[in-house]
Design a protein around this ligand. Sequence first.
Ligand code: HEM
Ligand SMILES: *[C@@H]1O[C@H](CO)[C@@H](O)[C@H](O)[C@H]1NC(C)=O
Ligand SMILES: *[C@@H]1O[C@H](CO)[C@@H](O)[C@H](O)[C@H]1NC(C)=O
Ligand SMILES: CC(=O)N[C@H]1CO[C@H](CO)[C@@H](O)[C@@H]1O
Length: 325
Amino acid sequence: MALGRGATMVAALAVALMCSAVAASELKVGYYAHSCPRAEEIIQEGFQKALKDDDGIGADLLRMHFHDCFVRGCEGSLLVDSTPNNKAEKDGEPNSTIEDEAFEVIDDVKESLEAACKQTVSCADILAFLARDSVHHYGGAYYEVPAGRKDGVISKAEDTKELPPPSFNLNQLTDLFVHKGLSRDDLVALSGAHTIGVAHCTAFSDRLYNFTGKLGVQDPTLDGAYAAELKGECPIGNKTNQVNMDPRSPLSFDTSYYQSLLANRGLFSSDQTLLTTSATKYLVAKFAGKPKFFKKKFAHSMLKMGKIGVITEGTVRTNCRVINY
Ligand code: HEM
Ligand SMILES: *[C@@H]1O[C@H](CO)[C@@H](O)[C@H](O)[C@H]1NC(C)=O
Ligand SMILES: *[C@@H]1O[C@H](CO)[C@@H](O)[C@H](O)[C@H]1NC(C)=O
Ligand SMILES: CC(=O)N[C@H]1CO[C@H](CO)[C@@H](O)[C@@H]1O
């Protein structure tokens, strides 16, 4: 009898533990409703303030969420500063183009959040909310962001090899996205983020001057007039200049990125490669002509991206640059 009762209790405890494990692994819309009711407002205010200094800052912030999620999952590892003993993710190669100002926006937002509710809102969630606010600000869809991510305790420069270079082709990009739990359709949708923001000449100059490693050769798939324009903005060897990735509407979250692809005016090889299968080309054409459909699909893919490798048991950093031990 006592034994039977004990066994029942053990079973009940096991069920309870399982349930809490399931609950913990899930993100929730309104996660901060009680612990920090103004969290999303504070983040939005910080974003509006940052836009006053730089109306393109949202592009950096959107890209940061992508970089965070693709390296060790969405757990804020991108924001950690290097120390004498550790070269952090942000000092890995592909990050060299994320502006310091964008990291400072996170600092400001985090400081306001700490003042309102101490050690409650994670750095990983801040990135997810700011990416959403950015998409919406430039004209994309508004979507609710499930939250509850905790911050990671590891950030390593060498891990940035998880990020795709702009030279990748469709197979390479698809393999990477599938490996991260996303689909090829997600790849086509999320690439639409390149409808805002800027790129350094170095990200595409091989297409102008050194295609497939042959000096003097230009990518034949690149529209001739566009290549000439880009050469004007990016003289050979120029590492510092930047161009708008969507020259038609650089700060508008519209479908002109896809229209440009159809006109062979994609900026990176990784953009233009989306036309190389009939299925992806079909989706590009559909997005190009149907803004509402694109924005809906983009938001859906962002929600999937925001779940990559999330940690829901762990700590919240008080300063996004410093790991708590
Ligand atoms: C599919 C593979 C991708 C590749 C190869 C890629 C590559 C790049 C490169 C090389 C740049 C220019 C950086 C510079 O030179 O300054 C860039 C910029 C940008 N990327 Fe991507 N990207 C990819 C996917 C994404 C995704 C999934 C997002 C977000 C959802 C994104 C958002 C952005 C944004 C917003 C910028 C502009 C940043 C700014 O203005 O500061 N990219 N990307
Ligand atoms: C041209 O491309 C090749 C292969 O990617 C590279 O090794 C070489 O350094 C490039 N040359 C210049 C001048 O950029
Ligand atoms: C890069 O190109 C831009 C625009 O043509 C120019 O203003 C800048 O001085 C160049 N920088 C270098 C180092 O050549
Ligand atoms: C903003 C930032 O931290 N950029 C770094 C990215 O990586 C390069 C190369 O290691 C550093 O020099 C930059 O400071």
